[in-house]
Design a protein around this ligand. Structure first.
Ligand code: ADP
Ligand code: ZN
Length: 526
């Protein structure tokens, strides 16, 4: 295709002719217009939202080559094949090409014979490639998976930090950074590290209305998983996430023995086999991928009908990313998870032995706490999930397990008031463990030293156990009534929304800890 002779062709015409879609979604058109006029952009859009078109269309229309920087070497071939099928001239450059193949691609780039060039960051940063870029007419730079600059995230790629040189060396070439990671801290890091202070920000809603969220208490996880798949998703494609390689292997084997097509995927596997499993999952139907978090970034399979978690993800960001791989075609999909308190303990242990300084661990711990809050909430799961990313959903969604009323709750207003006033009276700087001790009236040395045995909330919470108080605090955090001090030691302070509860103007529903199905059955028999 040669679009250069039709300089006036509109983005909509390209969308219709080459992509075969009728209209743009969300901010797509605005983003494209902004790039066409030379502006920089930061695009936050959920997985499946349609980020690629935002740089593909301007790269096709603008003179010159669009450079797409992506960390996903394993997927570049597939990405390029997909755009080529649309009639767009695309190539990729990474370590899987021979020097000779790479040379051919580079020549095509310099002579302007391609529209899109996918390149790994380490390749882009080489002196050779930088020389070539100087000789090439460039349409734009697209920095995909831009959250890889974030040192706090688990996708951190050191080379991404050096991508700031693009703004110094090519100040007149528009840059677009794209990510599906929504939280504010990551966004700030992207802007700073990639020098995108002047970029316009396009932030989409992260709601995925076709995903049904549900969390069940772990009882017999294998049987629960099998029943879920057999009764609700027979013959569907899906992903099952586990935390360890060993569990991935064991679960895949077990599902296979039950007659399902289940393939393992984790970073410890031989690369050829891993790629083969990935291909099979993408190309065949009814394949269940049993994987660690190593699987999924950049995977574009529209008809994944369920994502199951046998282990708790470490953070809500991960949970959101992983579940977001379901239902990209917009049809109903399930995000199903089982958890137990043992999971929480396991996560803590992983965290304790992990590398990283105290601040890093503390931040991870708080993120875990939010994950837990999500599991334990009595509120609409979608509201809690989106609330974590700063998005306010005014109404409960009606499309999650808590909305569908399977959660038993009790009036926890008085209990919440005790917790809140205990936080207030101890100076809004302590965490759950200390506050629980005060509420239970423990005369420990620290409490005596601070004089907290003399405040009115000392010992007023004896009706609940220690673990019940922990659950209360988690639910208060999850409901947004408490703010957690991220920089400091993880102390709680009162959020403005706690006032109506404290004053008795608003009820606070607490969730009962769910009883495992087995226990329920046996207690009925008794
Ligand atoms: P992301 O990179 O944000 O996860 P993609 O760019 O892969 O999402 O797009 C997700 C899916 O949505 C793809 O199958 C894509 O072709 C499709 N898509 C993108 N834009 C539109 C649109 N305007 N209309 C219909 N489908 C679209
Ligand atoms: Zn809901």
């Amino acid at each position: 295709m040669n679009m250069r002779s039709h300089t006036q062709i509109s983005p909509l015409a390209v969308l219709r002719t080459y992509f075969g879609y009728d209209s743009f979604r969300g901010h797509q058109e605005e983003i494209i217009q902004h790039l066409m006029t030379g502006g920089d952009a930061l695009v936050l859009m959920p997985t499946g939202g349609g980020k690629s078109i935002c740089y593909q269309i301007p790269a096709v229309i603008r003179n010159g080559v669009g450079i797409v920087i992506s960390p996903l070497i394993a997927l570049m071939q597939d990405q390029v094949d997909a755009v080529r099928q649309l009639g767009i001239r695309a190539e990729f450059l990474n370590s899987t090409l021979s020097p000779r193949e790479a040379r051919t691609v580079e020549l095509k780039m310099v002579s302007g014979e391609i529209d899109l060039m996918y390149v790994a960051p380490e390749r882009l940063l080489t002196t050779d490639f930088q020389q070539l870029l100087k000789k090439t007419q460039l349409a734009l730079f697209a920095i995909d998976e831009a959250h890889c600059v974030s040192q706090w995230g688990h996708d951190f790629r050191p080379e991404y930090l050096q991508l700031s040189i693009l703004s110094d060396r090519f100040p007149h070439i528009p840059r677009i950074a794209l990510t599906a990671t929504a939280d504010l801290a990551t966004r700030r890091e992207i802007i700073e590290k990639l020098k995108l202070e002047d970029a316009r920000q396009f932030i989409s809603s992260f709601d995925r209305p076709n995903i049904y969220y549900r969390v069940e208490l772990k009882d017999n996880e294998k049987a629960q998983l099998l029943e879920f798949i057999q009764t609700e998703h027979p013959g569907d494609s899906g992903i099952v996430y586990c935390l360890s390689r060993k569990r991935v292997e064991a679960t895949a084997k077990w599902l296979s023995e039950k007659g399902l097509t289940a393939l393992p995927y984790h970073a410890g596997m031989e690369q050829g086999l891993r790629l083969m499993h990935q291909r099979r999952f993408l190309q065949e139907e009814r394949v269940i991928m049993v994987a660690t978090i190593a699987f999924g970034m950049g995977i574009d399979k529209p008809d994944v009908r369920f994502v199951a978690h046998l282990d708790l993800p470490k953070t809500l960001e991960s949970y959101y990313q992983e579940t977001g791989r379901a239902g990209r075609d917009g049809e109903r999909a399930d995000a199903w998870m089982v958890y137990s308190l043992a999971d929480v303990v396991a996560l803590r242990q992983i965290l304790d032995v992990s590398e990283g300084n105290e601040q890093f661990k503390r931040i991870q711990q708080q993120k875990m706490q939010a994950m837990l809050g999500f599991c334990e909430t009595a509120r609409c799961r979608r509201q809690v999930l989106l609330g974590y990313f700063g998005e306010d959903l005014s109404k409960s969604c009606g499309f999650c397990d808590t909305c569908n009323g399977k959660m038993e709750t009790w009036d926890g207003t008085v209990v919440a008031q005790k917790a809140l006033s205990c936080i207030y009276r101890t100076g809004q700087r302590f965490g759950a463990a200390y506050l629980t001790d005060v509420l239970l009236g423990k005369e420990d040395e620290r409490i005596l030293r601070y004089g907290h045995d003399r405040i009115s909330t000392f010992g007023v919470g004896k009706e609940l156990s220690e673990s019940e108080w922990k659950s209360v605090f988690r639910q208060l955090v999850a409901a947004g009534l408490l703010s957690v001090d991220i920089e400091g030691k993880g102390g709680f302070s009162l959020a403005p929304s706690s006032r109506p509860v404290l004053r008795g103007e608003q009820r606070f529903e607490l969730r009962k800890d769910p009883v495992p199905a087995k226990k329920r059955r046996s207690s009925i028999r008794e």
